[in-house]
Design a protein around this ligand. Structure first.
Ligand SMILES: [Cu+2]
Length: 249
């Protein structure tokens, strides 16, 4: 089905229901579009100019207008109601699952910096380490993210996870996902955030539990001397960044 719609593969737990909503809305749109266009063609033919037939003037038809306005309104409200639970599952922090990993993703022109809690398991402490434009997360584990921005509005976009959320300066915006398979996927910015917006992208690697612990241990061992804490006032000049070889720019 996703091949037909040209959607990327879905690899998150809530991506399936999101795709179902997408398919439903796309079908409604397709049926209405072709219905209207076919009717238009039929009317062009049916009411074409013919010798001896006099044109009539019409102000419209109130009953018809009420019907199509009401039908559209009902459809929109219906879509809103059936998607509400799914929306809250994804966006309402009170409904987030218990996270197995908590991260801070801090955006700036034009990169995504992911802060990991380090050895003490606590974010915002001196042993945190940071990855630029590269995230690694374990599979089958809910990952909770706090989105921050250092400069302008960015939008954290994981197309394969069906997740998109703005990062706004001065705000801590919660988001979460749970990956359903290992692999390497896209991190993009979905908000025009400046001249180099187009190159504001990274990769997210979903690892098995063992691979992730090994990677995490390796990063902790390689972490540089403690820098300013993420999100603290002393961080105004930027956060320390561990750039991956070959991915720095
Ligand atoms: Cu951006």
């Amino acid at each position: 089905m996703n091949e037909f719609w040209r959607l990327p593969e879905n690899v998150s737990t809530f991506g399936g229901p999101i795709d179902s909503m997408f398919h439903l809305i796309a079908w409604i749109t397709i049926v209405v579009f072709f219905g209207v266009e076919l009717l238009l063609l039929w009317f062009l033919f049916r009411y074409r100019a013919r010798p001896g037939r006099k044109a009539t003037f019409t102000h419209g038809n109130s009953r018809l207008e009420i019907i199509w306005t009401a039908a559209t309104a009902i459809m929109v409200v219906y879509l809103g109601i059936i998607s509400r639970g799914l929306w809250l599952d994804i966006k309402d922090p009170a409904r987030f699952p218990e996270p197995g990993l908590e991260l801070i993703v801090r955006a700036k022109q034009f990169e995504w910096n992911t802060h990991y809690p380090g050895a003490d398991g606590q974010l915002g402490t001196a042993d945190d380490f940071v990855r630029r434009n590269q995230m690694s997360v374990p599979v089958d584990v809910p990952v909770r993210i706090t989105l921050q921005s250092e400069d302008v509005i960015h939008s954290f976009y994981l197309p394969e996870f069906r997740l998109k959320q703005d990062a706004v300066p001065g705000m801590n915006i919660p988001a979460w996902f749970e990956a359903t398979r290992t692999g390497e996927f896209t991190v993009g910015c979905a908000e025009l955030c400046g001249l180099q917006h187009y190159r504001m992208k990274g990769t997210i690697r979903v690892l098995s539990a063992e691979e992730f612990s090994a990677w995490n241990a390796q990063q902790m061992a390689a972490a540089p001397a403690p820098g300013p804490l993420p999100g603290s006032a002393s961080n105004a000049a930027g956060s320390p960044v561990v750039a991956a070889a070959g991915h720095a720019h």
